[in-house]
Design a protein around this ligand. Structure first.
Ligand code: HEC
Length: 240
């Protein structure tokens, strides 16, 4: 029986190439995902690198202030003088009224638009509607975006890991129990990760689970990726 089992090192060349192509593409994919997390959520608290605060800001928001106010007290602190900052903060606190827009527009124009109009993906403040978005109370992730991102992640990530797990399951020299745990980990952590977004939107302390969940499947990914690549190309088939 043992000889009939599929092992990575003994696959046909075409199968090896097929699995390698897949591993390379999902490998690039996960690096892009990491970069995107660093650039979006990673900067949420104004400092580079993902921290618990980033997760809290992204999913729970900051329910006693607007994004505009927290940024003006954080990473945008040095972008305007005290008077201009106070004008913007007062405007946001008083409900971002449209009749005050002309005065506020001038402050944005003088201090902020040089960057905010030129760096892609930043919020813009050219119209009242755009500026209002950052001036309202920061509710974190909306139900709409949570449901959308959750189902995309559940389906998408499950697909990535069923193929990775399948490839990894053909590795040798690793106990069946250990392999079973490694292929199960991503699915377990995926559920922890997604649930933690929902829980964090209600209770900020669950932000830890988002970080643990993400870290968990990154580790499983790396382990399966390197083991599979090694056994596909560097393990001698005749020694098995
Ligand atoms: C030197 C360039 C620069 C200037 C000037 C600047 N910003 Fe920013 N702003 C950034 C960058 C880069 C980010 C994203 C990183 C971060 O969140 O700290 C950002 C993020 C923000 C955000 C978070 C929303 C988003 O788009 O990510 C707000 C709100 C904001 N800035 C408000 C302001 C206001 C108000 C001013 C003017 C008083 C201002 N900024 C001036 C570069 C700038």
């Amino acid at each position: 029986m043992e000889e009939k089992r599929l092992t990575l090192a003994k696959l046909k060349l075409s199968e090896k190439v097929l699995y390698t192509g897949y591993l390379l593409v999902v490998g690039i994919g996960i690096l892009m995902a990491l970069l995107q997390i660093l650039l979006t959520h990673g900067m949420a608290d104004g400092e580079f690198g993902v921290s618990v605060d980033d997760v809290v800001y992204s999913y729970h928001g900051n329910k006693d202030s607007s994004k505009l106010e927290s940024k003006l007290n954080g990473s945008m602190n040095d972008k305007a003088n005290d008077l201009d900052r106070a004008t913007l903060i007062r405007w946001a606190r008083e409900g971002a009224k449209e009749e005050l827009w002309p005065e506020v527009e001038a402050v944005f124009k003088n201090n902020c638009n040089s960057c905010h109009n030129s760096i892609p993906s930043l919020a813009t403040f050219n119209t009242y509607e755009d500026a209002k978005k950052v001036a309202k109370i920061d509710e974190g992730a909306s139900l709409d975006s949570l449901t959308r991102v959750s189902h995309i992640h559940l389906f998408g990530i499950a697909f990535i890991f069923i193929f990775m797990g399948y490839i990894y399951s053909m590795s040798v020299g690793i106990s069946e129990i250990f392999k079973s745990i490694v292929v199960a980990i991503p699915f377990g952590f995926l559920i922890i990760d997604i649930s933690s977004w929902w829980l964090t939107s209600l209770y900020p302390s669950f932000a830890w689970f988002t970080i643990i969940g993400g870290f968990g499947y990154m580790m499983a990914f790396a382990l399966m990726w390197f083991t599979s690549m090694y056994q596909l190309w560097f393990m001698k088939a005749d020694k098995l």
